[in-house]
Design a protein around this ligand. Structure first.
Ligand code: ADP
Length: 268
């Protein structure tokens, strides 16, 4: 069986997404014009939520694939499997999306193996076709099919970067953490925490993000602030919640963590 971590969602009402700029309009225009979109930005800043929101808004089923370094083209496209003594072809999530006219979201696409780009290229130009070498089929994407990929430029090392020949096939949207006011709204809405305490958490996150590149590889994500607020709402003492959700996930170095805890004391 295929072990591709994937989910399919459809028909749900649009999950809450607070726009940061004109990204919803741009995505909709890209969809209407059958153009693929690449979402760039740090982890936990709302890319996945944005795609889920837009898919529901546009009334399209959504296939989400979390890419990893073992993910191959066959995992996306499909493969022959043995079923009850017979060999049958089973579509992968990309092929299903192409046939159904769904949105296919490849999360952290640079993590995938190199052969994945080969199947993406003919889908990202005006041919919009998916050649299935194994079955000899050449599938034309059904109306409504859209390819969306994301990557986090911060993770990149010299070996793991999107080739220009691939990235120049996508419209690109740059994502970042929401402004403090917007982030307060999002965290309050997602966790139910009151405004005063949420404002302090967001202020702390801003300070921690300021340390990115010095002591920290990544700043604290919106997702982690929501985790922290959720713990507090569930009765966890605030210091413990901050340590578990906003300090420990950022570093394993005792000195760095102590420095971060000092920042917490300065704010709370
Ligand atoms: P990414 O895909 O960029 O790693 P996610 O989309 O999973 O991040 O975002 C993490 C969480 O942060 C979401 O589950 C959501 O609760 C929240 N979030 C971040 N940005 C927004 C936003 N603009 N509107 C609504 N929720 C957001």
């Amino acid at each position: 069986m295929s072990t591709v971590p994937q989910t399919k969602s459809e028909g749900a009402s649009a999950p809450f997404y607070a726009p940061v700029g004109q990204e919803c309009e741009l995505f909709e225009t890209a969809y209407n014009n059958e153009l693929p979109v690449l979402l760039k930005g740090p982890t936990g800043c709302g890319k996945t939520r944005f795609v889920a929101h837009m898919a529901a808004r546009l009334g399209r089923p959504l296939y989400t694939v979390a890419c990893h370094d073992d993910l191959s083209a066959a995992d996306l496209v499909g493969r022959y499997l043995l079923k009850g003594g017979e060999t049958v072809w089973v579509d992968g999530p990309l092929t299903r999306a192409v046939r159904e006219g769904a949105i296919c979201y490849l999360d952290e696409v640079v993590e995938a193996r190199k052969d994945v780009t080969v199947v993406l290229h003919p889908l990202t130009d005006d041919r919009r076709i998916l050649p299935l070498d194994k079955t000899g089929e050449e599938i034309e994407a059904a109306p409504g099919f859209m390819l969306v990929a994301s990557y986090n430029p911060g993770y990149q090392n010299i070996l793991k970067t999107l080739k220009p020949s691939t990235r120049q096939r996508f419209l690109s949207l740059d994502f970042d953490f929401p402004s403090p006011d917007r982030e307060v709204d999002i965290v309050m809405r997602e966790s139910g925490l009151d405004q005063d305490r949420t404002k302090n958490l967001v202020r702390l996150a801003g300070k921690l993000r300021g340390l990115k590149g010095q002591d920290l590889e990544e700043g604290v994500s919106t997702r982690l602030i929501i985790y922290c607020a959720t713990l507090i709402m569930a009765g966890t003492p605030i210091e413990q919640a901050i340590e578990a959700a906003m300090i420990e996930p950022l570093s394993d170095d005792q000195d760095v963590k102590q420095g971060l805890l000092d920042l917490v004391t300065a704010i709370f």
